[in-house]
Design a protein around this ligand. Structure first.
Ligand code: BGP
Length: 461
């Protein structure tokens, strides 16, 4: 075989509770920010489809786990819904939720699929949002309680935990660019949300270690390598600042235990540093992750700004750089995101050279496609574009490993077409297609290809 992966390489896919479970207000679950926002503004959601209309994992978990098995997954990530497990955010656990997650975990294990469990995937319980969400230290305390509860209920069987999925997304979406609730546009508040998320991560890491259980705990970051338009110092500086805001604001504290000095200096200069407590630095220092999940979809192309910033305008990251549409870049014609396979290798190289080569894996990578039904042939989605997408990314990942990167696996986003926040079902990502009317599941060609690749632990050119 041309591309053979290390023994015990993790082949699988990722999903999340709020995007798959459904039953968003039943079986004891309380509303999240998504349920609340959908009630208030359904027009913000693609075709008016909200968080109740998911791929029904709450009912179909057993059949879906059988599908994972058919796809030769040896590992699978999902999350535990805070609002389902602890409906009032801080108090009693919901026994129906415990029974549900126990069944899922036990079935995954029975099928030889290692469960990777993530705690927070954009789904703040509304009752916690009303207390200030991630702007509030009280919510950090409540999250720690939720983390401890999960570890004590499920930590005997779940050995791979993650504190957050893509923590920068709620910051960008909810507090800078208005694509998540609470639709705030305010850098100072965004900085406080980001800071408290890092603190919450560190508190959960400590809680896991306090539990004395064997296993590991990490975090999942979406990394977007920032490439400057040119080697001109102004472009290089612009790309560096974009990297500080969108990657290193999380990467450095969770892998090095401290923030990049130049990010701190920049925020201080503009009086944007979030409020800290004296004990925070030690907490963050001790919260270094055992394992990093990397979600990689696309890079950032950056140039320096052509015009001067109006100092009277609200402070934003874009004061320091502009996005750059690189001529000739390869685009996903069905989603509008750039496809740059080498980015996965550049991320691994950066982690190896600058962050001590941490244990890591690709925790999401995937290709969203609009109106994917048009590619159906003989009753199946013939998604050759997705096979090529995965294969080309895997080649670069393979190169990274052959040069010494400590990359342990590859998970695809995602195993079944699922509900995706405001985009609902606009972009399909699954190895398995979902008929929204009948809930019928059909493995796509890419699912068959992945299944073979996982079974052989590699592929030919
Ligand atoms: C990732 C998130 C997933 C999923 C995916 C697809 O960033 O972790 O939860 O939503 O993006 O996004 P979209 O449907 O917007 O293309």
């Amino acid at each position: 075989m041309d591309y053979v992966f290390p023994k015990n390489f993790w082949w699988g896919s990722a999903s999340s509770a709020p995007q798959t479970e459904g039953e968003s207000l039943r079986y004891g679950k309380s509303p999240t920010v998504w349920d609340h926002w959908f009630d208030a503004q359904p027009e913000r959601f693609h075709q008016g489809v909200g968080p109740a209309d998911t791929s029904t994992f709450y009912q179909n978990w057993k059949a879906d786990i059988a599908l994972l098995k058919q796809l030769n997954h040896n590992s699978f990530r999902t999350s535990i819904s805070w609002a389902r497990l602890i409906p009032d955010g801080t108090g009693e656990v919901n026994p129906e939720a415990v029974a549900f997650y126990n069944q899922v975990i036990d079935e995954l294990l029975a099928q030889g699929i290692t469960p990777f469990i993530n705690l927070f995937h954009f789904d703040m319980p509304m009752v916690m949002q009303e207390k200030g969400g991630w702007e509030s230290r009280e919510v950090v305390d409540a999250y720690e309680h939720y983390a401890r509860t999960c570890f004590s209920l499920f930590g005997d069987r779940v050995k791979t935990w993650f504190t957050f999925n893509e923590p920068v997304v709620p910051v960008e979406g909810g507090y800078l660019y208005d694509f998540h609730y609470p639709n705030v546009v305010d850098f100072r508040r965004a900085a406080s949300v980001a800071y408290h998320t890092v603190l919450a991560h560190a508190r959960a890491v400590k809680a896991w270690r306090d539990s004395g259980r064997d296993g590991e705990i990490g975090i999942i970051l979406n990394l977007t390598p920032s490439y400057p338009r040119s080697q001109h110092p102004a472009d290089v500086k612009a790309a560096h600042i974009a990297d500080l805001f969108f990657n290193r604001s999380f990467l450095d504290p969770v892998l090095r235990g401290s923030y990049p000095e130049d990010l701190v200096a920049l925020l201080r200069e503009y009086d944007m540093l979030p409020a800290c407590q004296p004990e925070d630095a030690a907490c963050i220092r001790d919260g270094v992750a055992d394992l990093l999940g990397v979600n990689y979809y696309q890079p950032r192309r950056i140039k320096c700004r052509d015009d001067a910033v109006n100092p009277a305008s609200p402070f934003m990251p874009e004061w320091f750089f502009s996005a750059y549409e690189m001529p000739g870049r390869k685009m996903n014609p069905y989603r509008g995101w750039e496809i740059y396979e080498r980015g996965i290798y550049d991320i691994l190289t950066n982690l190896r050279e600058n962050y001590g080569n941490p244990r890591c894996y690709i925790s999401e990578n995937g290709m969203g496609v609009e109106n994917e039904q048009r590619f159906e042939k003989d009753g199946k989605i013939d998604d050759q574009y997705r096979i090529e997408f995965v294969r080309e990314h895997l080649k670069w990942l393979h190169k990274g490993i052959s040069e010494g990167s400590n990359c342990l696996g590859y998970h695809m986003w995602t195993f079944i077409d699922n509900w995706s926040w405001c985009n609902a079902y606009k972009n399909r990502y699954g190895f398995v297609s979902l008929d929204l009317d009948t809930q019928k599941r059909t493995v796509k060609r890419s699912g068959e290809w992945f299944s073979q690749t996982a079974e052989r632990n590699g592929f030919d050119e």
